[in-house]
Design a protein around this ligand. Structure first.
Ligand code: 5GP
Length: 212
C-alpha cells in the first residue's frame, strides 16, 4: 500500500551526536531525506553553504519568514534556525521519510502543525558524556559550551513532548533503534488514515448488502 513519507523530528542535546546518527541512517537506508536548515549562525570550520546549512543574513531570514518559506523557525543561542518548506513538501509527497534535525521549540511547532509527525529525542548515556563530547569537539569556546549545557538543562524539561527517546551510546545500535521506531510508527493508525477509510467504506458496502 502506497503511503506518504513520515515527517520525523530528531532533537537532542547539542553534543548528543545527532548529526553523525542522521548521516549514518541516510547512508544505510534510502527511504530517508534530510532537510537542510537555514541559519544566521556563522559557519563552523569545514561547514559549507548548502551542505550543513543554508547560511543566511538576518534580513534574508526574516524575509523568508514573511514569505511563508519556512515550516518552522526558532531563535537558539542568539541565532535564527528554520526549516525550508519546499524541500520537505516535495520529499514527503515522493514517499520519503523526511528528517528535521531541529531543537525543541521547532519540534513543538511541528507537532502542533503536523500532529502525525514523529518526534524522537536522542541523548548521550549521561551528562558527563555530554560534557565530554562538547569539549572534545574542539570547535567551541568554553562560554559557548557553558551556554549549550545551560540550554540542555532547559531542553531536558521538554523531553516529555517527544514520542520516543533513543540513547546514543553505540552509533550502530542507535541508528538501528531509530530505524525500528520509524518502521513501527508507519503502522500507527494516525499514519494509516487512508487505509482505514478504505476498509470502512468497503465494510459498510458489505453491511448494506447483508441488511437488504
Ligand atoms: P548548531 O548550531 O549546533 O548546528 O545547531 C544548534 C541547534 O539548532 C541544534 O539543536 C539544531 O538541532 C537546531 N537546529 C538546526 N536547524 C534547525 C531548524 O531548522 N529549526 C530549528 N528550530 N532548530 C534547528
Amino acid at each position: 500500500m502506497e503511503q506518504k513519507g513520515i515527517l520525523i523530528v530528531l532533537s537532542g542535546f547539542s553534543g548528543a551526536g545527532k548529526g553523525t546518527v542522521v548521516k549514518k541512517l541516510i547512508q544505510k537506508y534510502d527511504d530517508y531525506a534530510l532537510s537542510i536548515s537555514m541559519t544566521t549562525r556563522e559557519p563552523r570550520k569545514g561547514e559549507r553553504d548548502g551542505v550543513e546549512y543554508f547560511f543566511s543574513t538576518r534580513e534574508k531570514f526574516e524575509e523568508t519568514i514573511v514569505q511563508n518559506g519556512l515550516i518552522e523557525y526558532a531563535l537558539y543561542c542568539g541565532n535564527y534556525y528554520g526549516t525550508p518548506r519546499a524541500y520537505v513538501e516535495e520529499q514527503l509527497a515522493a514517499g520519503k521519510n523526511v528528517i528535521l534535525e531541529i531543537e525543541i521549540q521547532g519540534a513543538l511547532k511541528i507537532k502542533e502543525k503536523f500532529p502525525e509527525s514523529l518526534l524522537i529525542f536522542v541523548t548521550p548515556p549521561s551528562v558527563q558524556e555530554l560534557k565530554r563530547r562538547l569539549e572534545g569537539r574542539g570547535t567551541e569556546e568554553p562560554e559557548v559550551i557553558a551556554r549549550r549545557l545551560a540550554r540542555a538543562a532547559e531542553e531536558s524539561e521538554g523531553v516529555n513532548a517527544y514520542d520516543y527517546i533513543v540513547v546514543n551510546d553505540d552509533l550502530e545500535a542507535c541508528v538501528e533503534e531509530i530505524h525500528r521506531v520509524v518502521d513501527a510508527a508507519r503502522r500507527a493508525p494516525v499514519r494509516r488514515q487512508e487505509f482505514i477509510k478504505e476498509i470502512r467504506e468497503e465494510l459498510k458496502g458489505f453491511a448494506k448488502g447483508a441488511n437488504s
